[in-house]
Ligand binder design. Structure first.
Ligand code: GDP
Length: 295
């Protein structure tokens, strides 16, 4: 991920660094290269345009162009603006006063929702929390089994009342159990679809109304690039999204989704997933990603 973008941008920066004097024209040549590199990395075209315009506004400035190392100044501006793309976020989950904390997991089928539910449970245990998980994916019995298995691997309890195939009552039951037995966090895994459909949205709205989640995490498969972002926007409009988990960052995704998600959907990246193991979840740190892209 980001390898190709990173190589391209570093070439641009090396060329800029060699210029003793920068002119609006040389800046424009570099901006054109940056624009191409971002588009080829599958960054949303509106995001690319706004990004390049902002860098241009700041770079084509007499002070910058006349400075001792104008190339480095432009590189710094690119770095600042790339950080700004990720919004003001520290990654992970924001502190809440509500107990129990209720986290609703949202996403398309195959995006990595169930795996991420297990990863998040494990992450929470490491933070000293006591999570309980529940699957509301009643259409695919295998989904409930999968979550039970993942919960076992993570060493957490899965709420799974035998024979209860009502998504809302399963989620409410988990709330009840958490309150009775003293769990402080409930992670509600939900059904996904290959494509968004109204029936699913109605179901998610009903679960949301029943459990009043504190967090609504949308799991986006980084490999699906712009499509993942489009669906995130749809989920945000219908159900609401408070944070995004970008899964499958270990694949050969070009990285555009990660760089576009905040501008397009308006919510920060909370976590990234980079493998199938339960350990492969990290709170998102924009500065680390920017360093990876820009060197
Ligand atoms: P769900 O349908 O959204 O619940 O998706 P699953 O959790 O069942 O994941 C679908 C597939 O993606 C499974 O084979 C997972 O092992 C795999 N997967 C999930 N997260 C990651 C990740 O971060 N990296 C990789 N390489 N595979 C992942």
């Amino acid at each position: 991920m980001f390898d190709s973008l990173s190589n391209r941008l570093q070439d641009v920066f090396a060329n800029l660094g060699r210029e003793v004097r920068l002119t609006p024209e040389t800046v424009e040549i570099a901006l054109r290269e940056i624009r191409m590199a971002l588009l080829e990395a599958d960054v949303n075209f509106k995001v690319v345009k706004a990004f390049v315009d902002k860098v241009r506004d700041r770079a084509v400035d007499a002070e910058v162009l006349k400075s001792l190392s104008p190339g480095q100044q432009v590189v710094r501006i690119v770095r600042d603006e790339m950080l700004a793309l990720f919004g003001d976020t520290q990654g992970g989950l924001p502190p809440v006063s509500a107990t129990p904390r209720v986290i609703l997991m949202l996403g398309l089928q195959g995006s990595g929702k169930t795996t991420t539910t297990g990863k998040l449970a494990k992450w929470l245990v490491k933070q000293g929390k006591h999570p309980i998980v529940v699957s509301t994916d009643v259409r695919r019995p295998a989904a409930i089994e999968q979550l039970n298995l993942v919960a076992k691997q993570a060493g957490v309890r899965a709420h799974d009342p035998a024979g209860n195939l009502d998504p809302v009552s399963r989620a409410s039951g988990a709330m009840q159990e958490a309150r009775t037995l003293g769990y402080d966090t409930i992670i509600v895994d939900t059904a996904g679809r290959l494509h968004i459909d109204d029936e699913l949205m109605v179901e998610l709205e009903a679960i949301k109304a029943a459990v009043q989640p504190t967090d609504q995490l949308y799991v986006a498969d980084a490999m699906t690039g712009q499509d993942a972002i489009k669906s995130a926007g749809e989920f945000n409009r219908r159900v609401g999204v408070t944070g995004v988990v970008l899964s499958k960052m270990d694949g050969d995704a070009r990285g555009g989704a990660a760089l576009s998600v905040v501008s397009v959907v308006g919510v920060p990246i909370a976590f990234t997933g980079s493998g199938e193991r339960l350990e492969d979840l990290e709170a998102f740190h924009p500065d680390r990603v920017v360093s990876r892209v820009l060197g």
